[in-house]
Design a protein around this ligand. Structure first.
Ligand code: HEM
Ligand SMILES: *[C@@H]1O[C@H](CO)[C@@H](O)[C@H](O)[C@H]1NC(C)=O
Ligand SMILES: *[C@@H]1O[C@H](CO)[C@@H](O)[C@H](O)[C@H]1NC(C)=O
Length: 340
C-alpha cells in the first residue's frame, strides 16, 4: 500500500483522498483510495473471509467469480448484488448465476463490518474487488495492490448477465466476449481462465446439452474428442446420466481443488480441462499460435502465470468503473439502491 501521500494529506481527509485519484480530467481508481476514510478496509474484509472459510472451503473461489460476473455486466459496479427492483430483474436469476453464483451472504457480512467501522464509505463494487484479491492470496496465489474508488451503480442488466461467457463456447466466442469488455489481449483470456484452478462445477455444465462433453458433444453422439478418455471415465462416474440434473459438484482442478496454482494449465496440456471453454484455449484449431503458447508458458512457469494473473485482474477490475458521483453511490445495503 502506498502511504506517503496519505501522510501528506492527513487531516484534509475525504476531498484529498478523492483528489489523489484524479489523473488528468477523468477520475481513476487508486490503491490508497480509503487510506484516510477507512484505513482498515482491507483487513476488515480479510477477517470476514477467513471466518467464512472455516465452514466453507469453496468460498474463496465463489467470491472471485462474483467479481468476474460483476465486472462483465455494466462494468464493476456491484450490479450483480442487487435484488429485484421495480422494472428491473436481478442478475442473480440470469442463467449463468442462478443456482450457481454464491457468496452473497459473505459480501453482506463484509459490508456490515465495514459499515460498523466506517459508515457509508466503502462501495459494494470495491468489496468484490478486495474479496477477489484476498481470496486468491489466501489460497496460495499472487498478491496485487487492488485499485479502489468504484461507486455502486443504480441499475442491473439481466440480459447482460445472460450474455456472460458460457462453458460450451468456442475460443472465437470467448475472445469476442472478452474484447467486448475491453480485455483485448489473449493473455487476459488465458490468465483469467486460470481462476478455474479452484472451485466447483455442476454436472450440467459438462453432461447436459448444450454443454455435454461426456455423452453427446455438439450433437455428434460422441464424447468431446479433446477430453482425455481416463478423465472422461472418471467424470462419467460422477455425472452418470446425460441431462441427469445431478446435484454432484466436481472440482474444476481435481489435482489441487482448493489451491491457487498453475495446475489448471498442466491439466489443459493433458486434455484434462473440465469445460469446453477451458480446453479450447489449448486445443481449438484457432489456439495455435495464439492462446495455446500462453497456456504452455503458464504450464511451465507458475511465476509467469501469477504475474500475468495479477495484471489481468487489475485490467478486469478497470472495466467501466463508476467514479462520477452523479452516476453512482456507496450503497448502504449491497442488495438495494439507496432510497429505494
Ligand atoms: C472464460 C470464460 C469463462 C467461462 C465460460 C466460465 C464458466 C464457468 C462455469 C460454467 C463454472 C461452473 C458453474 C457451476 O457449475 O455452477 C465456473 C466456475 C468458476 N469460475 Fe468461471 N468461467 C469463465 C471465466 C472465469 C473467470 C474470468 C473467473 C475469475 C477470474 C472465473 C472464476 C470461476 C471460479 C472461481 C469458479 C468456481 C466457483 C465456485 O466454486 O463457487 N471464471 N465458471
Ligand atoms: C424477480 O422478478 C422476476 C420477474 O418479475 C420474477 O420472475 C422473480 O420471481 C422475482 N424474484 C424474486 C426473488 O422475487
Ligand atoms: C445428440 O444431440 C443431437 C443434437 O442436439 C440430438 O439431435 C440427438 O438426438 C442427440 N442424441 C441422443 C442420443 O440423445
Amino acid at each position: 500500500m502506498a502511504t506517503s501521500p496519505r501522510a501528506a494529506v492527513a487531516g484534509v481527509v475525504a476531498a484529498a483522498a478523492v483528489a489523489l485519484c484524479l489523473h488528468g480530467a477523468a477520475a481513476q481508481l487508486c490503491e490508497d483510495y480509503y487510506d484516510d476514510t477507512c484505513p482498515d478496509a482491507y483487513d476488515i474484509v480479510k477477517q470476514v473471509l477467513i471466518d467464512a472459510h472455516r465452514s466453507d472451503v469453496r468460498i474463496y473461489a465463489s467470491l472471485i467469480r462474483l467479481h468476474f460476473h460483476d465486472c462483465f455486466v455494466l462494468g464493476c459496479d456491484g450490479s450483480i448484488l442487487l435484488d429485484n427492483m421495480t422494472g428491473m430483474q436481478t442478475e442473480k436469476e440470469a442463467v449463468p448465476n442462478m443456482g450457481s453464483a454464491r457468496g452473497y451472504d459473505v459480501v453482506d457480512a463484509a459490508k456490515a463490518a465495514l459499515e460498523d467501522a466506517c459508515p457509508g464509505v466503502v462501495s459494494c463494487a470495491d468489496i468484490l474487488a478486495l474479496a477477489a484479491e484476498i481470496s486468491v492470496e489466501l489460497s496460495g496465489g499472487p498478491k496485487w495492490g487492488v485499485l479502489l474508488g468504484r461507486l455502486d451503480g443504480k441499475t442491473s442488466s439481466i440480459s447482460g448477465a445472460n450474455n456472460l461467457p458460457a462453458p460450451f463456447e468456442t475460443l472465437d466466442m470467448l475472445r469476442r466476449k472478452f474484447r467486448a469488455v475491453g480485455l483485448n489481449s489473449d493473455v487476459d483470456l488465458v490468465a483469467l481462465s486460470g481462476a478455474h484452478t479452484f472451485g466447483r462445477v455442476q454436472c450440467l455444465n459438462i453432461a447436459d446439452s448444450p454443454a455435454d462433453r461426456l455423452y453427446n458433444f455438439s450433437g455428434t453422439n460422441r464424447p468431446d474428442p479433446t477430453l482425455d478418455p481416463a478423465y472422461r471415465a472418471f467424470l462419467i462416474r460422477r455425472c452418470p446420466t446425460k441431462n441427469g440434473n445431478s446435484p454432484v459438484l466436481n472440482d474444476l482442478d481435481p489435482t489441487t481443488p482448493d489451491l491457487f496454482d498453475k495446475n489448471y494449465y498442466t491439466n489443459l496440456e493433458v486434455n484434462r480441462g473440465i469445460l469446453t471453454s477451458d480446453q479450447e484455449l489449448k486445443s481449438s484449431p484457432q489456439a495455435r499460435g495464439t492462446t495455446a503458447p500462453i497456456v504452455d508458458q503458464f504450464a511451465r512457469s507458475q511465476d509467469a502465470f501469477f504475474k500475468s494473473f495479477a495484471q489481468s485482474m487489475i485490467n478486469m477490475g478497470n472495466i467501466q468503473p463508476i467514479t462520477d458521483p452523479s452516476m453512482g453511490e456507496v450503497r448502504c445495503d449491497c442488495k438495494k439502491v439507496n432510497d429505494s
